[in-house]
Design a binder for this molecule. Structure first.
Ligand code: SIN
Ligand code: MN
Length: 270
């Protein structure tokens, strides 16, 4: 999947690109089933909300085959290589459940703020690419973005160790208000298999999910290999230390698991 010049320009301007239905329903179903398997594991990488339901399964690509394949999927790796202009390694890998009724908030933040402060990642030559495993709607805790907020560097932030089980460097209300008054707010919604790529300095958040519908999203956080982290203070399964360039697999690597027919062009819905 090669980004066009217009898409590259849109990314520069807004800080994200949304591609509905980039994985087929069958591919998304393989990943959805894998998510339930990893949420059920009793492992230190699987963090829980205060209610006990899964919040985030970290590093799921290291203990689940479907997520291992997704972590090397060309539809994800190639556009990010294009955007950061070179080979990438996996800095972080999360499967976020945002469970029905119990999925808690993600406060306003920039991912690079955490990667820089905690892990000493030198530059924001890194980004997230997210894959929806459920339909994401206005009701089940969608990601909220402030378009254009990635263009102003790293904002002051406070270390929130209390609101949720996951520590995060979060922005104050005055900053969020100022940015949102200028850039507005968007909440990309769409079917399972949709993809969003977003800049590591883009300001984002997500509200709690009080709906009866879960909202699983997988995030690959990919970083240019030259820009690898310099400090190893966090667990290696949160901030990875394998800086080897990712070699993408074949485009049908997930469709294979779905038992779908293989061959050029199959398994891609759009
Ligand atoms: C994140 O910001 O890293 C995750 C937000 C979410 O999954 O809602
Ligand atoms: Mn984030």
């Amino acid at each position: 999947m090669k980004l066009t010049a217009a898409e590259m320009a849109e990314f520069d301007e807004r800080g994200y690109l949304f591609f509905p239905s980039r994985f087929s329903p069958e591919e998304a179903a393989v990943l959805r089933a894998a998510a339930d398997e990893v949420y059920a594991l009793d492992r230190e990488e699987v963090w829980r909300e205060s209610s006990g339901v899964a919040r985030t399964a970290f590093a799921a690509h290291t203990y689940n085959d479907a997520f291992r394949r997704l972590g090397r999927h060309p539809r994800l790796i190639e556009p990010v290589m294009q955007l950061v202009d070179g080979p990438v390694y996996m800095h972080q890998y999360k499967v976020n459940a945002k469970a029905a009724f119990d999925g808690e908030v993600w406060q306003w933040h920039q991912d690079f703020g955490t990667w820089h402060r905690d892990d000493r990642m030198p530059e924001p030559r890194a980004m997230n690419i997210a894959v929806f495993l459920d339909e994401v709607t206005a009701a089940n805790g969608p990601l909220l973005f402030i378009p254009g907020s990635h263009r102003q560097g790293v904002f002051e932030a406070g270390h929130d160790l209390e609101t949720t089980s996951y520590p995060l460097w979060t922005l104050d209300r005055a900053t969020v208000t100022r940015l949102a008054e200028r850039g507005g707010l968007v909440a990309p919604t769409g079917p399972p298999g949709s993809i969003i790529v977003f800049a590591s300095t883009l300001v984002h958040a997500s509200p709690p999910n009080i709906s009866p519908f879960g909202r699983s999203i997988v995030y690959l956080s990919l970083c240019h290999v030259d820009n690898h982290i310099r400090r190893f203070q966090r667990k290696a399964w949160i901030a990875h230390r394998d800086f080897a360039p990712i070699e993408p697999l074949a485009d049908d690597c997930l469709a294979e698991l779905a038992g779908a027919r293989t061959g050029a062009g199959t398994g891609t819905a759009a």
